[in-house]
Design a protein around this ligand. Structure first.
Ligand code: SF4
Length: 349
């Protein structure tokens, strides 16, 4: 069996480990600098015995990048490969001089959403905390190699997989990513997007307090279930009250993502339904024009339709944003991630 990843421990866990093995905690910062910055630093400050001891217990390999695609708008999509040849996609999205890193949490996904390219793949396996952190590290290393320093990168857990279906590993990955002695991405710089996986939502007691987003896509249960089949098991009537339990800071909101699908979920009834659901909640409604993928049965609405829908919602005093689509020329946009033969054979990979 593979040893646990060295990138799955927080600095306090490293400290406990070093002390429990009889080492002074003094060596901790040198050990961590070597691990996250430059292994040559170990040579001067960390004993060979300790290095060999820890190398025998942990796996220090990062995942590899097996394919990189760069979009015209600067979005970069990586095909990231793990030790067992399983692959996921990780996306770097530029925004002014900053980057958002979109991480996957599972290989494939078991939620089977009908608008999502990944959902057609089924769930292959959960990623470990080390593999989730590893995606971030390889994306940052890629930027560094291009002499591009990512200032204050943000993280979204919106890649492949339902993060709350892999709660323990995602929670641990967030702790490592947030650890200021290791990586130091702020809590408020991280957002987890869920389709409303209720067992996870009800189990957030010890979960780090990051931002949450719900894939809403319709205010009506039956219609939402057509897009998100798990809505039948975990209906909005139970998911929204569970989301209401998440403690929010004064200026913090839950984001409700709403795919705009032509002739499907943009009528006046939908405006009314959204107002009923969200009017009294601390909510931001994030409108996302649908990103078509090969074989998808849905279409993207035109700009005028999008504007008109948005204005009706604003008139209802809802907080509304329209997300600009990035990376859709390389299928890196929301709901388009998937690794499969179809894509490869069609020149997408
Ligand atoms: S939208 Fe998210 S939860 Fe739904 S199938 Fe795609 S990856 Fe899974």
């Amino acid at each position: 069996m593979l040893n646990p990843s060295a990138y799955s421990l927080t600095h306090l866990q490293w400290k406990d480990l070093l002390v429990s093995e009889g080492h002074s905690s003094h060596v901790l910062s040198f050990w961590l600098d070597g691990l996250y910055k430059n292994p040559e630093l170990w040579a001067r400050h960390v004993s060979q015995d300790l290095i060999q001891n820890l190398k025998a217990k942990f796996n220090f390999d990062l995942p590899t990048i097996s394919k990189t695609q760069e979009s015209e708008d600067g979005t970069v999509k990586f095909l990231v490969r793990f030790h067992d040849e399983m692959e996921v996609e990780t996306v770097l999205i530029p925004f002014h001089k900053r980057f958002t890193v979109c991480l996957s949490t599972q290989v494939g996904c078991g939620m089977n959403c009908s608008f999502c390219y990944t959902g057609t793949q089924g769930l292959k396996r959960n990623l470990t905390a080390g593999e989730i952190v590893g995606q971030y590290l390889v994306a940052m290393n890629w930027l560094k190699a291009k002499n591009n320093l990512a200032l204050n990168p943000s993280i979204v857990f919106m890649g492949q997989g339902e993060p709350l279906h892999n709660l323990t590993e995602v929670s641990q990955a967030i702790k490592v990513l947030n650890d200021t002695k290791l990586i130091g991405v702020g809590h408020r710089q991280m957002t987890l997007s869920t389709v409303g996986y209720l067992p996870g939502l009800k189990n957030l007691k010890d979960f780090p307090s990051i931002n949450f987003a719900l894939s809403l896509h319709s205010p009506f249960e039956e219609q939402r279930a057509k897009l998100i089949p798990v809505n039948e098991r975990f209906p909005l009537s139970e998911v929204l009250p569970a989301l209401d339990q998440i403690p929010l800071l004064k200026r913090q909101f839950i984001t409700y993502e709403y795919l705009l699908i032509k002739d499907f979920n943009m009528s006046d009834e939908h405006v009314e339904g959204l107002h009923t659901l969200l009017g009294h909640r601390k909510a931001i409604l994030n409108l996302i024009p649908f990103n078509p993928f090969p074989g998808s049965k849905w279409e993207r609405p035109g700009i005028e339709e999008i504007e008109s829908f948005k204005e009706k919602l604003v008139a209802k005093k809802l907080r509304v944003m329209v997300r600009t689509t990035k990376g859709d020329d390389i299928l890196a946009a929301c709901g388009q991630l998937k690794v499969n033969k179809f894509a490869r054979n069609n020149g997408i990979y």
